[in-house]
Write a protein that binds this ligand. Structure first.
Ligand code: PNW
Length: 511
């Protein structure tokens, strides 16, 4: 794929020799990541002719894949996946506690009781974020730490934890981005209202969101309402493989989905009402991206149509305030029940949009059929990461933000998640050579840079995840982190990709 050249031509490659490796590690801070003991990190550091070049401490940019000034580099996690401390300081149970403690639901019957123990180790982890050169951290708040029963009296100790954590981040020059709902619904709301099957849960979410904005918006300037509506509704209420493990019939599933988008809209309004002036709010949704298989104008148009339609129950209704005709037609008698007032709430203006992108939904080509596009099936051998759903296609990042901008315009975009799992084995001398993750990052970020070079307003990128963590139904065996977790000792080890991420964040470019 042809890369635009925003800043001129690619310079000659400048490389390091063995003798200046230590300088480089020191000045770029990689020693802090434990890489001083990796002699081969720069083992190809000879010039083509084998002669040494002038010593150049620090990072040398050898390409022009720079991001715009001020581009924010960050990492992300979520409460149930990292915090642990499941029974501490008055935390109420969430549907993920119940689900993960039900035998057979999670690989290896893992659960989030301890996870990465971030609840106690947030100070140490703040230093890990800092040593990645990341200037932003996306975390989520455990609703049932704040309201153990979902509604009612807040639990001060729960709030205290987030206060401490936010203060720690800010003291270290890291901007907190808070997600209010990353799937750990208070069990009490599941029991009382059947969770997202009831509008009451959307109302309870708004009350909680408003409360959090009131308490944190003096320091937290960016809030996300809900994370990945598609995933927790489809996998939790449709396919039964995520909490609460339900397989609802279509009409009930449509209704639950409607309550989730409604909760987003009510949450936006509550945050605006109760947050300090200037508080910014958006959603973090996994846009399902159709990729044009050849980049012709016809296929690009087809991919836009497909993307709008495939996301009709989620980002499309949020951005447009209506369900598309094709969506309602397809749903038929199972279509959700809604009012025009609710549609207006769902469409409450956001300040930015968070988009999680891992894989393409499909490749498409133009078609004269009724839909205007045709899906191209994936090859059986299409490469994936160790997560089997994770088909790899770096251009998904480019097309995701480009379609978003074309379809819905004007909003600032954050890539709120992107990352990949891998086998990640810790060597005897405590290294993890995750070359696959480096390949992933280089490919995907090159495509994101392509988008920013075209002027698409992507303001930042959050790698998923800071640490290996509880990967939902896949448990602890599926690792996405820049830091390797030893779950026995709870020690963290930087992977090779941590050094790579750090170098990119430092140079604000793809390397
Ligand atoms: C997202 N799928 O989850 C979540 O936001 C994170 O909490 C999670 O750890 C990360 O991506 C990596 O999986 C997904 O099956 C889980 O298509 C499953 C799917 C997609 C996203």
């Amino acid at each position: 794929m042809k890369q635009p050249k925003p800043g001129g031509t690619v310079k000659n490659k400048e490389k390091f020799n063995q003798s200046n490796r230590r300088d480089f590690l020191k000045t770029s801070g990689l020693t802090a990541l434990g890489w001083s003991a990796a002699p081969f990190l720069f083992s190809s550091c000879k010039t083509k002719t084998g002669t040494d070049e002038k010593q150049q401490p620090g990072l040398i940019q050898i390409n022009n894949l720079a991001f715009p000034a001020g581009f924010l580099w960050g990492t992300a996690t979520a409460s149930y996946q990292v915090e642990g401390a499941a029974n501490e300081d008055g935390r109420g149970k969430s549907i993920w506690d119940t689900f993960s403690h039900t035998p057979g639901k999670i690989v290896n019957n893992d659960n989030g009781d301890i996870a990465c123990d971030f609840y106690h180790k947030y100070k140490e982890d703040t230093q890990l974020i800092k040593s990645l050169n990341a200037k932003a951290y996306r975390f989520s708040i455990s609703w049932s730490r704040i309201f153990p029963d979902g509604t009612g009296t807040p639990n001060q100790k729960g709030l205290d934890f987030y206060n401490r954590m936010v203060d720690e981040l800010l003291e270290n020059g890291i901007e907190p981005f808070a997600t209010l709902f990353h799937w750990d619904l208070p069990q009490a709301l599941q029991d009382k209202y059947k969770g997202w099957q009831s509008k009451e849960t959307a109302n309870a979410f708004a009350a909680y969101a408003g409360y959090m904005a009131e308490k944190l918006s003096d320091r937290v300037k960016h809030f996300f309402t809900l994370n990945e509506l598609w995933t927790f509704i489809q996998l939790g209420y449709g396919d039964g493989i995520f909490a609460p493990g339900l397989k609802l019939p279509p009409a009930e599933l449509y209704q639950a989905r409607h309550h989730a988008v409604l909760a987003h809209g009510l949450g936006v309004q509550a945050i605006r009402a109760q947050g300090k002036a200037g508080t910014k709010v958006g959603v973090a949704e996994n846009l399902k991206v159709a990729v044009p298989f050849i980049e012709t104008p016809e296929n690009i148009k087809a991919a836009e149509i497909a993307t709008r339609e495939i996301n009709a129950g989620y980002l499309t209704v949020i951005m447009e305030g209506k369900y598309t005709d094709a969506f309602l037609k397809k749903a038929g008698a199972d279509a959700p029940k809604f009012t025009t007032e609710e549609l207006a709430i769902i469409n409450s203006p956001m300040d930015f949009c968070g988009i999680n992108i891992y894989n393409p939904e499909c490749y498409v080509q133009a078609s004269s059929n009724e839909d205007g596009y045709e899906r191209i099936p994936f090859a059986k051998s299409h490469p994936t990461s160790t997560s089997r759903w994770h088909f790899l296609a770096p251009e998904t990042l480019y097309w995701g933000v480009r379609h978003f901008q074309k379809l819905w315009k004007g909003k600032e975009i954050y890539i709120t998640e992107n990352g990949c799992s891998g086998t990640d084995e810790l060597t005897q001398d405590n290294h993890v050579y995750d070359t696959d993750r480096i390949m992933f990052l280089r490919g995907y970020l090159s495509q994101l840079q392509r988008a920013t070079a075209e002027g698409i307003p992507v303001k930042g990128y959050f790698y998923w995840s800071l640490l290996d963590n509880f990967e939902w139904a896949s448990g602890y065996g599926t690792r996405f982190g820049l830091y390797y977790m030893d779950y026995k000792s709870l020690k963290r080890y930087p992977k090779l990709s941590a050094a790579y991420f750090k170098a990119m964040a430092q140079s604000n470019s793809v390397l």
